[in-house]
Ligand binder design. Sequence first.
Ligand code: CS2
Length: 467
Amino acid sequence: MHLSAHSLSTLPADIQTPAYDRTAHDPGVVHLGLGAFHRAHQAMVFDQLLAGGDTRWGIHGVGMTRPDLVNQLRAQDGLYAVRIADGQGVKWQVPGTLWRMNVAATERDAVVQAIAAPSTRWVTLTVTEKGYTPALAQLLLDGLRLRQQAGLSGITIASCDNLQGNGHKLQALVKAAATPQDADVLGWLDAHCAFPCSMVDRIVPAATSEVMAAAQEALGVQDQCALSTEGFWEWVIEDRFADPLDAALLQSAGVRVTGDVHSYEEAKLRMLNGSHSAMALMGAVTGRPFIASCIGEPHIRSFVHRLMSREVAPHLSRSDWADYRDALIARFGNPYLKHSVHQIATDSSQKIPQRWPPSVLGQIAQGTSFEHHALAAAVFLCYTLGVDEQGQAYTLNDPQTESLMALGAAQRNEPEACVHALLAREDLWGKALPSNTAWTARVTHWHQQILQHGVDAAIQHLLQQEV
Ligand code: CS2
């Protein structure tokens, strides 16, 4: 037997399941980017609101390209189990929020109609850094145009990707897709829709067969879509909604609604995600499979602690950064998560620009050291070799795979030229860093150290240095 509306009543009594009616109402939220993250984060916040009796938070989930997950979820009536596990304990929960599903690539019209449905009040997005394309903007615009033409209410469109100022970016993208014929839609959009910026945080590794087996054990039925996550979750959203009453509602479910998302966004991107990328690349190159295996090594732990304290924190507006750092290091060590370094290293070319350069530039402006970021950048170059220090080959999964591998291929023979070629790329480092000779010199130094002695020895060397 597998998890479904039918088998829900057979689950052990200690598993929290939806007690609300999942069929009586139309979804109020269209979510674009139906991956693991959304299902273990926002879907669970909306689950709370539904459990509290507010029927407007059912989700119409949209997978952007691949049909497999959507098909599996359809076979389970949109149900899946989430294991929430950390030092505080282990529990399983089945959120009931996912009411309808489609795949944008093959069922585009259904998605446009969902955005234009009278019941829709929100569109949320986790389409990843590389998902902010004109095609996405066109999809949204087509749905919004139908709403405007039908005289429907405006909606809240919330980008939840790891991008600084994500709401502004999305709004600008949608507006850029408009043609002169869209003047009415744009006027309506400005008057009635809202694009709040938001910061979302919860570590949710991609589903694995191990978690699926654990789900079978805990649930007594098969669950192809089971996920594993930590207890911690945070959602900080700008107080800018099509329906202003949503602010208090979200707050009642534990969401932080504020005028100042920026300080949370920058701290999260540079502390959490910045450390994640550094560890992921180190893990990939040294052959350590998980974030927990990296942070479990004292030298990598010290490296991450110092990276955050010395090079990231001085440029943050969030003042409680020391507590935030310590909490992050504890979260990285969560043994239940088995968060694959190769998963996080995926799309590094799209992630690094938000995660590292702002801290490096901050240090340069203050005349202080950026050694930890320089070492991380050197590890990134080594990563493009596609083979770890044990001689095991791995695959790069990145829209820039080809150019990165071409650029890094000669690094053993012409190390300096390769460092220069990598650091010259404005798509990775922005406009100011490529011309900074001190930055180039330090990345070159650490790259040489790594080629000669390996990543671990280079880190040890850095830790001995009083920087
Ligand atoms: C990770 C994030 O894969 C990645 O790039 O850094 O998905 C991270 O786990 C989340 O942002 C945590 O909230």
